[in-house]
Design a protein around this ligand. Structure first.
Ligand SMILES: Cc1ncc(COP(=O)(O)O)c(C=O)c1O
Length: 432
């Protein structure tokens, strides 16, 4: 572990800029978890990224597993995407009117998602917007108000999805909004059934992250998702898959392909945009026809579906389709998982690895995390020590014990092996 003096040298420019930015941006960040609040210390300022690597202002190089919290599936600044994006930028980045790339992208996605689950879709500019609009659509389509979510989940920062038991709670959310979002336990179908029984005919939808990414990675156990879909069908409740992280990451067709389950409405974001800010939601023609101007559910956006973002997304999808990096990323993930598990078992560390394809987390708790209650056992202080050891040794991880780390298609086996070496030492420091 670097001492304070060595850190002051290694992160000199980040420290200087950190002191300045805090004067003009609250906490020095535009999204709170970037601020190292959970792990302590000075957030690192980045200068550029390429492939699997990031370079900070001080010139330190990192193998990156934050992946920008999900988008960097093809690595940072993937040439396959940037070339198209630059062309679109030069042709005019926003028209506020329909254009051809929207059509091409919608058709490409509709062709990819299995079981005709998406017949029509809308593009927006963030995952938050996608989920917010999907929830409004579910309420408008069913003419019901209640939404069921899962404790410990995260669906963006709209009023509709922030509640005290979710990943982020917030002052300023009207009580009526959080009361309209009922909380079930992830991996516990009975907790959903109980809510259905208590509110017959009142529930518009259940929204679920097919793999949770914000209470540690939590993988659905057994047939949880399949049974959830069946229960929703039985009670005539819509099922919304929040695939903002899992979309185009677990498989090209996202969790619907990975788990073979069809949702009524699906939300995308992150990896779809190839680095540009994007969100999208889609579903059957019947449901999507409820959107204005065909129907009466309002959603709009000056930048929704802008040509720059659409071009980057189309290039991303075409690249992922042509290169099919999913088996490779899974192989890298398995290599890292196996190595870490061996080290954990050998040393008897109280930690477990959770992974689905290229998303993973080292959960610093003795028992596997399956829901919010078990995620509370995560030792955040141990994670902070682990995080800083990795940071000081050129491995960048989410600065939060509960968020998913992401492998990209650009990581190499050598990157993984080097990461393993550092992480095995980091584990020793975490539990020292
Ligand atoms: C599952 C999930 N849904 C929605 C969102 C919100 O997406 P955005 O940050 O693009 O608004 C996130 C972001 O982390 C997420 O992980």
């Amino acid at each position: 572990m670097l001492d304070e003096k060595a850190k002051a040298v290694r992160y000199a420019k980040s420290i200087t800029h950190g002191a300045l930015i805090e004067q003009v941006i609250p906490g020095g960040v535009d999204s709170p978890f970037r601020a190292f609040g959970e792990v302590g210390g000075q957030a690192v300022f980045f200068e550029h990224g390429e492939g699997a690597y990031l370079w900070d202002l001080d010139g330190n190089k990192y193998i990156d597993y934050l992946g920008a919290w999900g988008p960097a599936i093809a690595g940072h600044a993937p040439p396959e995407v940037t070339a198209r994006a630059i062309k679109a930028l030069e042709a005019g980045p926003v028209f506020g009117a329909p254009h051809q790339t929207e059509l091409e992208l919608a058709r490409a996605i509709i062709g990819i998602v299995p079981q005709n689950a998406v017949e029509m879709m809308r593009f927006v500019s963030s995952g938050t917007e996608a989920v917010m609009s999907a929830i409004r659509l579910a309420r408008g389509y069913t003419n019901r108000e209640l939404i069921v979510m899962f404790e410990g989940g995260y669906h963006g920062h709209s009023d509709a999805t922030l509640a005290s038991t979710t990943h982020s709670s917030s002052a300023g959310v009207p009580k009526a909004m959080s009361q309209a979002a009922l909380q079930a336990r992830y991996n516990d179908l009975n907790s959903v059934a109980k809510i259905f029984d208590e509110h017959p005919g009142k529930i518009a939808a259940v929204i679920v992250e097919p793999v949770c990414g914000s209470m540690g990675v939590v993988v659905p156990q057994g047939d949880f998702l399949k049974d959830l879909a069946a229960l929703c069908l039985k009670h005539d409740v819509l099922l919304i898959f929040d695939e903002v992280i899992t979309g185009f990451r677990l498989a090209l067709g996202g969790a619907q392909q990975y788990f073979g389950i069809k949702a009524d409405i699906v939300c995308y974001g992150k990896a779809l945009g190839g680095g540009m800010p994007i969100g999208a939601f889609g579903g059957s023609r019947a449901i999507m026809s409820k959107m204005l101007p065909l129907g009466d559910v309002y959603q709009a956006g000056t930048f929704s579906g802008n040509p720059l973002t659409m071009s980057a997304a189309l290039a991303t999808i075409e690249h992922l389709k042509a290169s099919n990096p999913y088996p490779y990323m899974d192989e890298l993930g398995a290599r890292l998982e196996l190595g870490l598990e061996r080290a954990i078992d050998h040393a008897g560390h109280p930690a477990t690895i959770a992974r689905a394809g290229s998303m993973f987390s080292i959960n610093f708790a003795r028992e596997p995390v399956r829901d919010l209650a078990s995620s509370k056992a995560i030792d955040k202080k141990a994670y902070a020590r682990f995080f800083h050891y990795c940071l000081d040794n050129g491995i960048y991880l989410p600065p939060s014990a509960e968020d998913a780390a992401c492998i990209s298609a650009k990581h190499t086996k050598q990157d993984i092996d080097h990461t393993l070496e550092v992480m095995v030492d980091a584990l020793k420091h975490a539990f020292a």
